[in-house]
Design a protein around this ligand. Structure first.
Ligand SMILES: Nc1ncnc2c1ncn2[C@@H]1O[C@H](COP(=O)(O)OP(=O)(O)OP(=O)(O)O)[C@@H](O)[C@H]1O
Ligand SMILES: [Mg+2]
Length: 508
């Protein structure tokens, strides 16, 4: 028996200047189901969710929304909250200094009568009851800043549910979670489902879609193109529905000519950011050759990101070790110096290191190579525009124009702008930290082809990634990190996902 529809839209259309983000979308969510929502970068997924959450209020869009058959007009987040809709964004919105309980019941803490004085005992008890109900093992008195990202996300979900949410939207919820945290999240989703909560689950990780969802809806160019039970959908079919064509080879690795060493790192140590005397990177040494793609794998927190960001000069005061570029010892005291020595870094956290969100797409691309497009300190517009349009084309960045503000691009397209920015400096070595996170399947293949091309031109590539199939398929050689140390080197022909996990989890 089909369960009843809880949330439904008719003809939702949403325009941004120059872009039709949603084009008469028809969408249905049923009671108690987990619906996977998939589509390419820029397809319109987040925009639709923002309409459901009241972030884009009526009448900034056309069309109708119904919750349990009743027409709703969400004029703001409060309205959609009242209708039982809650959304968990990728960037969490908790206050780090406050406790779990204070965050959940912020601005509606239980008080003694009308005194306004918070009844802390009652606050902690209410929170404990809520967390127990959801089987979340976190003490209500704990400060948010002491919790891992995964736990913080659970608190956000608890908070959402404390408002009696019946519809929970999760927009790329696992992108900053460890494997274990993903497991706990899935357990929680399953238990919510059994209690009748309906969920919309957005992800570019198709494994997750097949594992956790009951039904999938595909949107392409702002339109719903398919909707059916996950069990009746094959991977191939899903991918071709998303991108409008077949993708034969997800990992098009080409062998490049691997020649002399271009980057060498010797005995690198990096201090822990808070714990005095602790190190996050311990005695790491390795070499990268021209034309080589060196994969770096390890669990979250193993020091992978700190390794590449410290090579790039992000925290010079906290590092010890030697770095050689083309055989010459270099001192890298800042990212600026790293760029001058021919290094580029595509970071995991594009908001923090990668982009200036309030600036234009084009400006961001040429940010690191202004010298190359200038003559006597004056930027040559024509040359700059050539560089910009070349990268927008090569990477197929979906932007209305080079003048579009980066902030308004979809997540995956922002990632492509970061990559473009570093390619524009013509680096000798490219350090990539989770280069395809949040990027759709088709764009991933484009990034891989680009890596092949760069390797073919003699660039050395270091790719940190927690996407195991990606590491195994695209690397010439793989280094595995565990607790700050390089514990294993695997050659392409011997590497498997299982072997990497074995060493990454401390196996010997
Ligand atoms: N605030 C905005 N101003 C202008 N254009 C926007 C804005 N927000 C989104 N867009 C555009 O609307 C389209 C849909 O974007 P949306 O963020 O919904 O995509 P998405 O499916 O969530 O993609 P991704 O998988 O990359 O997160 C894109 O072309 C995007 O550039
Ligand atoms: Mg999105």
């Amino acid at each position: 028996m089909e369960s009843k529809v809880i949330l439904e839209t008719r003809g939702i259309t949403k325009d941004f200047p120059g872009v039709r983000a949603l084009d008469s979308v028809t969408f249905q969510l049923r009671k108690g189901e987990v619906l996977g929502l998939v589509g390419e970068n820029g397809a319109g997924k987040s925009t639709l969710m923002k309409i459901f959450s009241g972030a884009y209020p009526a009448p900034t869009y056309e069309g109708e929304i119904f919750v349990e058959g009743k027409r709703c007009n969400f004029l703001g987040p409060k309205d959609s909250q009242k209708a039982g809709v809650a959304i968990i964004y990728q960037e969490l919105n908790l206050i780090p200094e406050l406790t779990v309980a204070e965050n959940i019941f912020l601005a509606r803490e239980p008080a003694f009568g009308k005194t306004g004085i918070i009844d802390r005992k009652q606050l902690f008890k209410k929170t404990k009851d809520l967390l127990d109900l959801l089987t979340i093992p976190i003490p209500p008195q704990e400060q948010i800043k002491n919790l891992s990202i995964g736990k913080q996300q659970m608190v956000e979900i608890a908070k959402a549910l404390s408002y009696q949410a019946r519809i929970l939207i999760l927009d790329e919820p696992t992108s900053a979670l460890t494997e274990q945290e993903v497991e706990s999240l899935f357990k929680m989703i399953n238990s919510l489902r059994s209690r009748g909560v309906s969920m919309i689950y957005i992800s570019h990780k198709l494994d997750e879609i097949f594992k956790i969802t009951d039904r999938v809806t595909v949107i392409r160019d702002g339109k719903t193109v398919a909707s059916k039970p996950t069990s009746e959908m094959s991977r191939q079919e899903l991918v071709s529905l998303m991108v409008g064509r077949n993708i034969e080879d997800m990992y098009p690795k080409q062998a490049a000519r691997i020649s002399d060493v271009i980057l060498e790192v010797k005995d690198l140590f990096v201090d822990h950011p808070f714990l005095v005397g602790e190190k996050v990177v311990k005695e790491v040494s390795f070499k990268v050759r021209r034309g080589e793609i060196l994969g770096v794998s390890g669990l979250m927190g193993s020091g992978r990101s700190e390794l590449v960001t410290s090579i790039f000069g992000a925290f010079p005061a906290d590092c010890a070790g030697e770095i050689y570029v083309e055989g010459k010892r270099v001192e890298i005291g800042s990212p600026y110096e790293a760029i001058n020595h021919g290094l580029g870094l595509v970071t995991e956290d594009r908001k923090l290191f990668g982009l200036i969100l309030g600036m234009q797409v084009g400006e961001n691309i040429t940010l690191s190579c202004l010298e190359r497009v200038s003559w006597r300190q004056i930027i040559k517009r024509k040359r700059e525009n050539e560089v910009i349009s070349r990268y927008i084309d090569t990477l197929k960045i979906k932007t209305h124009s080079p003048e579009t503000i980066v902030n308004t691009l979809s997540g995956g397209n922002q990632q492509k702008v970061v990559i473009a920015k570093w390619l524009a400096i013509n680096p000798k070595v490219l350090l990539l930290d989770e280069p395809t996170r949040g990027v759709d399947v088709a764009a991933k293949v484009e990034i891989y082809q680009l890596m092949n091309k760069l390797a073919g031109e003699g660039i050395g590539i270091v790719m940190v990634s927690s996407d195991l199939p990606e590491v195994v398929s695209m690397s010439d050689r793989i280094l595995v990190m565990h607790e700050g140390r390089m514990v294993k080197e695997l050659q392409r022909n011997e590497a498997t996902q299982e072997k990497i996990m074995f060493y990454a989890t401390g196996g010997r």
